[in-house]
Design a protein around this ligand. Structure first.
Ligand code: SAM
Length: 309
């Protein structure tokens, strides 16, 4: 049977519009809306309806939001709410909420308040006693995690570390601290520092620990690769021209579900060999340095192995 695609899509849109009409759209509320991180089509239907129902939209950069709105046929009054006027913008928004308006808050891309302005503004609106409604959608950190296979029911933990610090000295200390954390760590990096940061990670990370480099997510030149720390420098040489765009880095946990039993067996053999040559403490240090398991866990295992001799 042939479908008339126009008729089908029209009736689908009608149904979605009816559903949106029947939902609750409280007045005097701040709607915090996630916007696309590259692909314009990632704006949700609920986000679109939210903008259409808000009297004013507070944007990190009104020109960027205007471009998104033009693509989606949205015409709304835009006001600026960025890092340098967040408190002033919050006061303006609170006044608008007190007059019964619905106000939307967006950043340039992704979720407001996630390595973006918005958090302080939201806190002030809550403090003033108004409702804040999240309208979820794209975020680079979650998108990268979704495509890297690092989390599971058994291993759900991850930390989001935000932007890698820009100053070289602070950066290596910061990276070292996050690498010592045994679980998954996601971080943001800009294109002009990505090479230096990956080179620093190649030095700091244990050789076998994995890292996912997620570049230009949702865009034409999207690239998501997972490599061992020991292969970072050769990967950089091969991909020199591809170090442009926006990046999320994900440092994997010490052992993944799929390799943990294999690693368990190998590490026991390795520790057995090591404790015959060096102290328990040094054996643990070597095992941790190789990225097989955290140092305290390796130390415990080395003690057990040693007492079995
Ligand atoms: N609020 C945004 C979010 O929810 O993801 C993050 C904004 S932060 C100012 C921008 C950083 O996010 C970029 O420097 C980059 O590290 C990361 N990012 C944003 N879009 C990205 C994309 N399409 N692909 C990879 N990383 C992206």
């Amino acid at each position: 049977m042939q479908h008339d695609s126009k008729a089908v899509s029209t009736s689908l849109w009608d149904k979605l519009n009816q559903r949106a009409q029947s939902q609750d759209w409280p007045d005097s509320a701040l709607y915090v809306v996630a916007t696309p991180i590259g692909n314009m089509l990632d704006l949700s239907i609920r986000a679109w309806h939210t903008f259409m129902r808000c009297n004013v939209v507070a944007a990190e950069d009104t020109r960027t939001t205007k471009a998104l709105f033009n693509a989606w046929g949205i015409e709304r009054k835009l006001i600026a709410a960025h890092r340098h006027n967040e408190i002033e913008a919050a006061n303006t928004i609170i006044k608008k909420l007190s007059e019964g308006n619905r106000v939307a808050l967006v950043s340039d891309a992704g979720a407001p308040a996630i390595s973006d302005p918005g958090g302080r503004l939201v806190a002030m609106v809550l403090e003033a006693g108004y409702r804040v409604i999240p309208v979820p959608g794209p975020s680079a950190v979650v998108s990268a995690l979704m495509a890297s296979g690092v989390t599971s029911d058994a291993n759900p933990e991850f930390a989001f570390a935000g932007f890698v610090p820009s100053k070289t000295g602070a950066r290596s200390e910061w990276l070292q601290r996050w690498c010592n954390y045994g679980f998954v760590v996601a971080m943001y990096e800009s294109p002009h520092r990505i090479k230096n940061t990956l080179q620093a990670l190649a030095e700091i990370m244990p050789a076998q620990r994995l890292i996912t480099v997620a570049r230009e997510l949702t865009k034409k030149f999207e690239q998501i690769v997972t490599i061992k720390a020991t292969d970072i420098n050769s990967w950089l040489t091969e991909n020199e021209k591809k170090l442009q765009g926006e990046f999320v880095l994900i440092i994997h946990s010490w052992a993944t579900e799929s390799n943990s039993s294999e690693i368990g067996l190998q590490s026991k053999d390795l520790i057995k060999a090591l404790v015959q040559e060096v102290s328990v403490r040094d054996a643990a240090r070597v095992v941790a340095r190789l990225g097989i398991m955290p140092r305290d866990q390796a130390y415990k295992l080395a003690l057990e192995v040693k007492s079995g001799f």
